[in-house]
Design a binder for this molecule. Structure first.
Ligand code: SF4
Length: 326
């Protein structure tokens, strides 16, 4: 076995453990969406993936096969029911796979046991993982500044906020390079003038599969000051230890845990309206019904399917929404 493995994963999990073992964790979603995403979906469909399965699953499949991945960690509870079957396909293609499960409820002991099992798999101790957490938290503090520059001062726009936060799920597998580029970005962003004359939006849900959503919102005079799930992936809670950090991480749990995070952030960030993104064929479309019911702000649900630019119908809906509320 190689000393340093490239470990692909399907959604955020305690990535500190993989770094502690000296391996390179890579978020398959980031590989998929930053490459030729439409071709990746097409290739998976040619292999037999049904049209009626979420495009992110098909993208993750192709990314795992193309990105020189040595092992795949699938988050099979606390993410997506499809991940279990995706792992089955990858196992059948001889990938070493590992199943990680967030507990159904936010249960401290169960999560602790699951992280310990992961640590045993990679031959590291909790102290090793906590040391990596300290290192990554130094970068996360800088991402917190970036997030504040977004919602407090408008010096960082919603698209940039999305990009940096979502990239922090794996720090590009290279935290030192990530931090150096983030430092350079922050120096430049801090010198920009303040912006405050735009309509303030929240973006809820998994990252958009549209390639130009943020640019489109900007053309309509709006910007996103709260990227909900991206901010969760970046783990900006800065809790003192690994277990607490992954207990407050809302994404693996129910929509009610998400709301505990969302509602105060909407108020704090003076959000004027909500864009709630759902992916075609995703169970989170059901959660969206509760979000809509519990959030007392203008609320627009967008449904994306294939990786592409925003289609004319969605554009029309955005324009109408902005005309009424913007
Ligand atoms: S968008 Fe939904 S269906 Fe698609 S991978 Fe994510 S959780 Fe699964």
């Amino acid at each position: 076995m190689k000393n340093k493995l490239t470990v692909g994963f399907t959604t955020s999990f305690p990535v500190e453990v993989v770094f502690a073992a000296g391996h390179k964790p890579i978020d398959l979603n980031n590989i998929f969406i930053s490459g030729n995403a439409a071709a990746a979906v097409h290739q998976a469909e040619l292999k037999g993936f049904p049209r009626t399965i979420c495009a992110w699953i098909k993208g993750n499949y192709t990314a795992a096969r193309k990105a020189g991945i040595d092992e795949v960690i699938g988050i099979v509870q606390g993410d997506c029911a499809n991940s279990q079957s995706l792992l089955g396909i990858l196992k059948d293609e001889s990938f070493p796979i590992y199943h990680f499960s967030f507990p159904l409820e936010r249960d401290q002991q169960s999560l602790d046991d699951e992280i310990s099992r992961l640590e045993r798999h990679y031959g590291v101790t909790r102290e090793d993982s906590e040391r990596v957490k300290l290192r990554l938290d130094k970068i996360r503090r800088k991402l917190l500044i970036l997030d504040e520059l977004t919602w407090q001062e408008g010096r960082v726009n919603g698209q940039e906020n999305h990009y940096w936060l979502v990239s922090a799920s794996d720090f590009w597998g290279d935290p030192d390079r990530f931090e150096a580029e983030l430092d350079a970005f922050l120096i430049q962003a801090e010198q920009r003038p303040k912006r405050d004359s735009y309509f303030r939006l929240a973006y809820l849900g998994v990252p958009p599969i549209y390639s130009n959503l943020y640019q489109t919102l900007s053309k309509l005079g709006a910007d996103v000051v709260f990227n909900e799930v991206q901010r969760q992936f970046a783990m900006l809670s800065l809790k003192p230890d690994l277990l607490s950090q992954y207990l407050v991480y809302t994404y693996p749990y129910s929509v009610f845990e998400r709301l505990e995070d969302i509602l105060p952030e909407l108020e704090k960030r003076r959000v004027q309206a909500v864009i709630s993104y759902t992916q075609s064929f995703c169970h989170m479309q059901i959660d969206n019904m509760i979000l809509k019911k519990k959030i007392g702000l203008p609320f627009l649900t967008l449904e994306g399917d294939q990786p592409e630019e925003i289609d004319s119908r969605t554009l029309l809906r955005l324009e109408s929404f902005m005309e009424v509320h913007g």
